[in-house]
Design a protein around this ligand. Structure first.
Ligand code: SF4
Length: 234
């Protein structure tokens, strides 16, 4: 009998302390999400967070998704309506474009990690306010500490502002490598911006070529197989 079958059999007979495979006991989940030892228990600990006013309007906390050992973490600004509904970042139109950008880099969505500066939807899709970002940022930093990525890609000016403190327009520093806590950081355009400004996709592709080259340990020119701008057009 497999362990899962045995656990269910024992539960049927009235055992109350059986831990089904993949299911955590409440005692495994820390009261403070920042003390979590893995992403899964951190997500559960954070599910009822009321640390900032964004908790009032959300459907659910949008924690993040992807490979807990990802080499690359993509960071956007905040969940939108569809993300709030589904509980996953970048699942709307911007998410589809991000998926296309990943494919153009030869990356599957499942092999990277995707998160946002704030984990609850701001009303009306406004930018997160400074105090909201400050309240939520420790959780993203803890996620990054647990994942230990080689590269962080910052999607848009809001992500760059709150993680790197850059206040210039994104066009002024996109594509130029930075460091955060010893990790290589590449700022580029947010997919939602690219949907509104398709002419910027060419620059975004230049940035993504740098990402591919970094992951391959080479220079940008030897990195990506240059699929061309068309491959990140929806
Ligand atoms: S945005 Fe972050 S800090 Fe604010 S309630 Fe949601 S999870 Fe908590």
């Amino acid at each position: 009998m497999r362990s899962g079958d045995l656990a269910r059999y024992l539960l049927d007979f009235g055992w109350e302390e059986v831990l089904l495979p993949g299911r955590r006991q409440a005692s495994d989940i820390p009261a403070d999400p920042l003390l979590a030892g893995d992403l899964s228990s951190m997500a559960q600990a954070l599910a009822q967070c009321q640390r900032c006013r964004l908790s009032k309007g959300r459907t659910q906390v949008v924690f993040g998704v992807g490979n807990p050992r990802a080499r690359v973490v993509f960071v956007g600004e905040a969940p939108g309506a569809e993300e709030d509904r589904q509980g996953e970042p970048f699942v709307g139109r911007a998410g589809q474009l991000l998926n296309a950008m990943l494919r153009a880099c030869g990356l599957a969505r499942s092999e990277v990690y995707i998160a946002n500066i704030v984990k609850c939807r701001p009303p009306g899709n406004r930018d997160p306010q400074d105090d909201e970002a400050a309240a939520c940022l420790p959780f993203l930093k803890r996620q990054l500490a647990l994942i230990k990525p080689e590269v962080i890609v910052l999607l848009g000016r809001v992500a760059a502002r709150h993680l790197l403190g850059l206040t210039a327009p994104i066009s002024a520093f996109r594509g130029s490598w930075r460091r955060w806590e010893g990790v290589a950081v590449l700022p580029t355009f947010h997919p939602a911006y690219l949907l509104r400004n398709p002419q910027a996709k060419r620059d975004a592709w230049e940035d993504l070529k740098q990402l591919v080259a970094k992951l391959q340990g080479g220079s940008p020119s030897e990195g990506a197989t240059a699929p061309g701008n068309a491959e990140i057009v929806l």
